[in-house]
Design a protein around this ligand. Structure first.
Ligand code: GRF
Length: 205
C-alpha cells in the first residue's frame, strides 16, 4: 500500500507509523508527507527517514477547492492509495473525500462521537474532557467522511482519567494509545482485514 500522510504539527503519530514500517510490522510505504504548516516538525521526521515531503501553503490558492486539488495532485503523482491524517488540522473538500472514499484514515484523541467535530482538536479536546468531568476518554481511528471526526470507526481504545490528571498528563496518556492504535489500524487496512457495511466496520480474524 502506498501511503500519503497529512500533518500540521509535531508528527509523533507519523513517527510511530514510520517506526512500525521500518520494523517491518506494516507492509506499506509512505510515499509523501504533506503539511499545510511550513514549520511542522513532522516534515523533519519525514526528511530524516528519506521520505518525500510537500509543504502546501493554503494562502497561495484562491480557495479551499484549489488548495485541496494541489494536495490531491501530490498524492496522485505518487499513486497514493491510502491517505492517513495524523494531526492534520484542515477539513478536506468533499471532492477529496469522494476521490479517496473509504481510503482516508484519521486519528482523533477522544472516543467519538464525544468531544469531536468543529473546534475539538489538540489540547482543546482534553480540556473539554476534563471540564466535563468525564471519567474515561481515549483515542479513535476512523474513516473520514463528509462530517468532521464522524466517519465509520475502525478502532477505539479507552484511557482512564485520574483525579490528578491535567490537560498535559491526559494528552500524554492518550498520545501513547494513539501511537499504537494508528499503526494497528493501518496494518489491518494493509492486510485487507477491514470491511465496511454502512457505518459498521468489521475486522476479519
Ligand atoms: C494527536 O493528538 C492527534 O490525535 C490529533 O492531533 C495530534 C497530533 O499529534 N489529531 P502529532 O502531530 O501526531 O504528534
Amino acid at each position: 500500500v502506498s501511503m500519503g500522510v497529512l500533518i500540521s504539527g509535531n508528527g509523533t503519530n507519523l513517527q510511530s507509523l514510520i517506526d512500525h514500517i521500518n520494523a517491518g510490522n506494516i507492509n506499506a510505504k509512505i510515499k509523501v508527507v504533506i503539511s499545510n504548516r511550513k514549520n511542522a516538525y513532522g516534515l523533519i521526521r519525514a526528511k530524516n527517514n528519506g521520505i518525500d515531503t510537500a509543504y502546501i501553503d493554503k494562502k497561495i490558492f484562491k480557495d479551499e477547492e484549489e488548495f485541496n486539488r494541489a494536495i490531491m495532485y501530490e498524492l496522485k503523482k505518487r499513486d497514493v492509495d491510502l491517505v492517513v491524517l495524523a494531526g492534520y488540522l484542515k477539513i478536506l473538500s468533499s471532492k477529496f473525500i469522494n476521490e479517496y472514499k473509504n481510503k482516508i484514515i484519521n486519528i482523533h484523541p477522544s472516543l467519538i462521537p464525544s468531544f469531536c467535530g468543529k473546534g475539538y482538536y489538540g489540547e482543546k479536546v482534553h480540556k473539554a474532557v476534563l471540564d466535563y468531568g468525564a471519567k474515561v476518554t481515549g483515542a479513535t481511528v476512523h474513516f473520514v467522511n463528509e462530517e468532521a471526526d464522524a466517519g465509520p470507526i475502525i478502532l477505539q481504545r479507552p484511557v482512564m482519567i485520574d483525579e490528578s490528571d491535567t490537560v498535559g498528563s491526559l494528552q500524554n496518556k492518550v498520545l501513547k494509545i494513539e501511537h499504537t492504535l494508528l499503526p494497528e489500524a493501518v496494518k489491518l487496512y494493509c492486510e485487507g482485514r477491514i470491511t465496511i457495511d454502512g457505518r459498521k466496520v468489521s475486522i476479519k480474524e
